[in-house]
Design a protein around this ligand. Sequence first.
Ligand SMILES: O=C(CO)[C@H](O)[C@H](O)COP(=O)(O)O
Ligand SMILES: [Co+2]
Length: 216
Amino acid sequence: MNRLLVSPSILSADFLNLERDIRRLEQANADHLHIDIMDGVFVTNTTWGPSTVAAIRNVTSLPLEVHLMIDKPERLIDEYLRAGSDILIVHPESTVFLRKILLHIKRQGVKAGVAIKLETPVETIIHCLELVDVVLLLTCDEGFGGNPFQPLAIKKITRLDRLRKDDNLEFKIEVDGGINIETGRLSKGAGANILVAGSYIFNQEMSTAINLLRNV
Ligand SMILES: O=C(CO)[C@H](O)[C@H](O)COP(=O)(O)O
Ligand SMILES: [Co+2]
């Protein structure tokens, strides 16, 4: 397996100084940018829309990982594709068209990801594991930065890693929520390949935080 990737969540950035914070993340050697799109319906928080993703695309060449926490994402998939997403991540809890959406994303040459909430069993996505490049497991309660990592997530990472090995699949396992050195290490040990972190990175010197996470 390749080295552990670190994907800072700009949910913890200063929204009035996004470009400045993106430059800081570039200088700190982030692997991806994690952008949480929240609509106030699928989750109670609200963030940005496709125009913000397009604006971010204009100022950085870092891969943009767009985590769609919105109801009925099929309404807006084309807009997020046009905005320049590199990895588009969809929740099965938000749509009855999951496979159709994933196939559509892949046909446009963009990486497709599926994400599940903490209380959603891994079994919910078994039918689409062969289609995806990334499986994102929410490892805390959804919607906000700074929520604590929930240990039950470790069993889910282990289960997903087992399924990946048994079926010789190549998707990456990404963990999102409450990631720090300890929870990052536990997640890596269980099979995670990508660590999303917001508050851990933004609450200290960024390059130190990213390096620590990359080497857990
Ligand atoms: O998807 C998310 C919330 O639903 C965010 O990516 C996550 O909260 C990251 O923030 P932190 O590392 O502070 O927990
Ligand atoms: Co996220």
